[in-house]
Design a protein around this ligand. Structure first.
Ligand code: DGJ
Length: 758
C-alpha cells in the first residue's frame, strides 16, 4: 500500500519539477482520493501525507503561522510574538475553545467567495462560464532569502475545478518586524475572467478585544484620530476619491489587541495600503470574536477583466506588529521606511524658502531674484518657485487657468526658468519648481487641443475641484506628456534641484475615452499609469528631491514614497495645529519625509513656528524682508542649529514623550543610534491660566548607565535659559525621574540638545 502512495508521490514531484502546477494540482486530488481509500486499511497513511503542516512567516520578534490542512486549505493559526519552539505552533488551534466555525474556513489565509466562506472575501471572481465560485488550495510554497534581513515567502494556491491560481507573497523585513503582503492572480481559462474583488492581504487575529485607531480629515484638517473598540460586523476604511485619495481618509490605521495599547505598552498592529488611489480595508469581527482584516485596492466601480495567462499583481499591504506599544511599532516602521522604501531615506534633504504664501500668483522675475537673495541671506539651501509661473494664452494668475500649459509665462518670466536657475547659482543657492502635471484647467490650451485626454463623462456637466480636471493617466500618450513636462524642466534648467509635485483635484465623472469599453479598469489603470511615469522619471533622475504634495496631506502612502523624498502633511501650517498633524503622521512616517514650513499661519511667535517646523524637513514660506531684525537673527541661528542636529532628526530614533491630546504639553525626542546625542522639542499646547510643565518629562531610549548634559538651544535673541547646561544626569535619572524643560506661558516652546557627558 505504502508503495502505491510512494508512486503517487514521485509522480507528483515529477510534475512539480516540470513546473506543471495545474496538472500537479489535479494529480494531488487523485492522490488524496486514493489515500482516503487506503486509509481504511492503513492507519499511518495520513502521516505519510505529511499534512497538516505549518508555514511560519517569521521576523525577528513576530510570527504569522499558516497551516495547510489535509484538504490543502491554507489558514492562519497564529499571529503574534514569535514562540521559542516553532514545533508548538501546531498546538495553537487546540488551545482555543471558541464557538463553532461552521465553514471551517473562517481563518483562511486568503478567503474566497462563492464556496464555503461565510464572511467578506479577499477575492471574488466570475469565471468565463459565468460561475462565481472560487476555491483555493495549497500547491507549493518557497522561501527566498534576499540578503540577511529580508526574505520572501510565496505560496501558490489553485482552484481544483477552474484553471485559476493565486500566489500569495509575504516579504518579511526581519529587524523591523515589517511585512509587505500582496497577491498575484492568474488564470488559464479560455477568455477573460472578471475579478470582482482582489485584495492584497487577509489577516486573521485572535484577541479578547480590539481597538481601532483610524484617521479622517479634510483640507487643513488632515490626520484627525479616532480610537474605539471594534464591534461585530464590518468596519470599512476606504476612499473613492481616485487621486488625492486620503483627503478624507488615509489608509493608515492601528489595531490594539486585548487592551488599548499605549505609547510603551500593549500589543498593536499597524497597517497601511501601498496604493495612491482608491483603497479598501475591511475589519470584520466574526461570530468567533476573531478579527479578519482584508486590505487592497477598492473594488468600487472596478471589476477587472483579466486576460488568460496574464498576471494581476496587487499592491502591497504593509504591516508591523509590536507587543511593546505604539512607540516601538512606529520606530520600526520609520526605520523600515528609511532603509527600504522612502526614496533616499538615508540621505540628505534641502532646507528651502518657498514663495507660495509670500507672493501667491503675484510675482515677476525681478521679485523672484530678490527672493533668491533672501534665500541666501536666511541661510537655507534652495529657493522653491511655486504655482503661477506658466501659461501664456491663459496666464496662471489665479487658480482657474493654465494647468497643462507648462511654458513659462513670458510677462512674468521673460527669460524663462533658465535665468532663475542661473541666478540661483550666482547667489550660491539651488533652484526648485512647483508643478501639478496630472491636472488640466478647462481654460487651457491643453484642454482645447486634447479634450480626449481629460477625465469627464461624455454629455454630462463637468464638475471641477479647485476649478480643474484630471488628466487620463491610464492613457500612454498622457503618460508621455506628463513625463515630458518633468523632463523639459530639467532640459531648460539643468541645475534644477527640487520638484514640488502637487495634486489638488479628486476625480469626478470618472470616464476615460482611452479605456473605451473597459471603464471599470480605469481607477486601477490610472494609478498604474502614474507609477509608470514616476518610474520613468526616477530612471532618468534617480535622486532629485521631489515633494509629494496634494493641497495638503491628501496623498501620502508608501507606494508613492518610493518615488518621492518627502511629503506635505497639510496646508495648515499653524504651528499649534501642525504639532497634532505631525504627531499623528509620525506614527507611520519618518521625520525626514515630513516637509514642514514656517509660514504666517497661526498666532504663535516665530520661535514657536520654527521650532515646530524643525521636527522634520525644515522650510520657510514667509516674506523674509518683513522679519524684524531679532526675528531674522533668530531664524538664521535656528537654521544653524538645525544643520547641526538635522542628522539626528532625520536618521535617529523618534520617541514621543508627552502627548498633546492628553495634557498641556507636547514633547518629542530624537536620539542617534549610539544613544549619545539627541534633541527634545517641548511645546505648550493649552493656553489657560498657569499652564506649564508641572511634572518632569521622562526621556526615553537613553543608555541608563551613560551620563548626559542638557542644553537649551534656539533661544530667542535677548532671552536667557533657566536650564542648567553644566549639570550632569545619568540616563537612568532622565528616564525614570525625567527633566523639566520649564515650559510655561512665557516659554511656550523649548528645544533641548542632549549630549553624552564624556
Ligand atoms: C496647494 C499646495 O498645498 C500649496 O502649498 C501650494 O503649492 C498651492 N497648492 C499652489 O496652488
Amino acid at each position: 500500500m505504502s508503495t502505491v502512495i510512494r508512486i503517487f508521490h514521485i509522480t507528483y514531484s515529477v510534475l512539480k519539477i516540470l513546473k506543471n502546477d495545474f496538472f500537479a494540482m489535479k494529480f494531488i486530488h487523485l492522490k488524496r482520493n486514493a489515500s482516503l481509500l487506503l486509509i481504511g486499511f492503513c492507519s499511518h497513511a495520513v502521516a505519510q501525507d505529511a499534512r497538516p503542516f505549518t508555514i511560519p512567516v517569521e521576523s525577528n520578534n513576530n510570527a504569522m503561522v499558516l497551516q495547510v490542512d489535509e484538504k490543502g486549505q491554507l489558514s492562519t493559526i497564529y499571529f503574534g510574538k514569535k514562540l521559542t519552539h516553532a514545533a508548538e505552533y501546531k498546538l495553537v488551534p487546540a488551545a482555543y475553545k471558541q464557538t463553532d466555525d461552521y465553514s471551517g474556513v473562517s481563518n483562511a489565509a486568503y478567503s474566497t467567495a462563492g464556496t464555503k466562506n461565510l464572511f467578506e472575501p479577499a477575492i471574488a471572481v466570475t469565471h468565463t462560464d459565468g460561475n462565481n465560485s472560487l476555491d483555493l488550495r495549497y500547491v507549493s510554497h518557497k522561501v527566498t532569502p534576499q540578503g540577511d534581513d529580508v526574505s520572501e515567502t510565496t505560496i501558490l494556491l489553485k482552484d481544483p475545478v477552474y484553471a485559476f491560481e493565486v500566489t500569495l507573497h509575504y516579504k518579511v523585513y526581519k529587524a523591523s518586524d515589517v511585512i509587505e503582503q500582496w497577491s498575484v492572480i492568474r488564470h488559464q481559462e479560455k477568455g477573460n475572467v472578471t475579478l470582482q474583488k482582489f485584495a492584497s492581504a487577509n489577516l486573521y487575529l485572535k484577541a479578547s478585544r480590539y481597538w481601532l485607531k483610524q484617521y479622517h480629515g479634510d483640507w487643513a484638517k488632515e490626520m484627525q484620530p479616532e480610537e474605539a473598540p471594534l464591534t461585530h460586523g464590518i468596519k470599512t476604511l476606504d476612499t473613492k476619491l481616485g487621486t488625492r485619495a486620503n483627503l478624507f481618509q488615509p489608509s493608515v490605521f492601528m489595531v490594539s489587541l486585548d487592551q488599548r495599547a499605549t505609547e510603551d505598552e500593549g500589543s498593536v498592529l499597524y497597517g497601511a495600503m501601498e496604493w495612491s488611489g482608491n483603497f479598501r480595508i475591511d475589519l470584520e469581527l466574526d461570530n468567533l470574536d476573531n478579527l479578519r482584516i482584508i486590505a487592497g485596492i477598492n473594488n468600487y466601480a472596478s471589476p477587472y477583466s483579466l486576460k488568460t495567462n496574464t498576471a494581476f499583481e496587487t499592491p502591497p499591504f504593509l504591516y508591523t506588529f509590536s507587543t511593546q506599544g505604539k512607540g516601538d511599532a512606529s520606530r520600526k516602521l520609520q526605520s523600515w521606511a528609511r532603509n527600504y522604501k522612502l526614496l533616499d531615506g538615508k540621505g540628505e534633504r534641502l532646507t528651502l524658502l518657498n514663495n507660495w504664501e509670500a507672493t501667491y500668483f503675484n510675482f515677476d522675475e525681478s521679485r523672484l531674484k530678490g527672493l533668491l537673495k533672501d534665500t541666501k541671506d536666511l541661510g537655507v539651501d534652495l529657493f522653491l518657485l511655486d504655482d503661477g509661473w506658466f501659461g501664456n494664452k491663459y496666464p496662471r494668475n489665479a487658480d482657474n487657468a493654465a494647468l497643462g500649459d507648462w511654458q513659462e509665462n513670458r510677462k512674468k518670466l521673460p527669460n524663462g526658468i533658465a535665468a532663475l536657475d542661473s541666478s540661483a547659482q550666482q547667489n550660491g543657492v539651488k533652484f526648485g519648481i512647483w508643478i501639478e502635471p496630472e491636472m488640466v484647467s478647462p481654460k487651457s490650451e491643453l484642454y482645447e487641443k486634447h479634450p480626449d485626454w481629460v477625465l469627464k463623462q461624455p454629455g454630462r456637466e463637468e464638475h471641477y475641484f479647485r476649478h480643474q480636471l484630471v488628466l487620463d493617466l491610464s492613457n500612454p500618450q498622457v503618460q508621455d506628456f506628463v513625463f515630458h513636462v518633468v523632463d523639459s524642466l530639467f532640459i531648460k534648467a539643468p541645475k534644477l534641484s527640487y520638484i514640488k509635485w502637487d495634486c489638488n483635484a479628486v476625480i469626478y465623472n470618472a470616464w476615460s475615452s482611452f479605456q473605451k469599453q473597459q471603464q471599470s479598469q480605469f481607477y486601477v489603470e490610472y494609478v498604474r499609469g502614474l507609477y509608470k511615469v514616476l518610474a520613468r522619471i526616477r530612471a532618468k533622475y534617480p535622486l532629485v528631491p521631489m515633494m509629494l504634495c496634494s493641497g495638503g496631506g491628501g496623498r501620502v502612502d508608501y507606494n508613492a514614497l518610493q518615488y518621492f523624498t518627502e511629503y506635505w502633511p497639510s496646508d495648515n501650517t499653524d504651528p499649534l495645529e501642525r504639532i497634532y498633524i505631525q504627531w499623528e503622521n509620525s506614527y507611520f512616517y519618518p521625520a525626514i519625509a515630513s516637509a514642514n514650513h514656517v509660514t504666517d499661519w497661526g498666532k504663535q511667535p516665530i520661535k514657536f513656528r520654527v521650532d515646530v517646523a524643525m521636527m522634520g524637513k525644515l522650510g520657510f514660506d514667509i516674506v523674509v524682508k518683513d522679519l524684524k531684525e531679532a526675528e531674522r537673527k533668530f531664524c538664521q541661528e535656528a537654521i544653524g542649529n538645525y544643520n547641526t542636529w538635522k542628522d539626528v532628526i532625520w536618521h535617529g530614533n523618534q520617541y514621543r514623550l508627552a502627548n498633546p491630546e492628553e495634557g498641556s504639553i507636547a514633547a518629542i525626542m530624537y536620539l542617534d543610534e549610539k544613544k549619545s546625542k539627541g534633541v527634545v522639542f517641548n511645546y505648550l499646547v493649552k493656553s489657560r491660566y498657569d499652564e506649564g510643565s508641572k511634572l518632569p518629562i521622562r526621556l526615553k531610549g537613553l543608555d541608563a548607565a551613560k551620563q548626559y548634559r542638557l542644553k537649551e538651544i534656539n533661544l530667542y535673541p535677548g532671552t536667557a535659559s533657566p536650564v542648567p547646561s553644566e549639570q550632569v544626569y545619568s540616563g537612568e535619572f532622565l528616564m525614570r525621574v525625567g527633566f523639566n524643560p520649564q515650559v510655561n506661558t512665557t516659554r511656550t516652546s523649548v528645544v533641548l540638545e542632549i549630549n553624552e557627558a564624556i
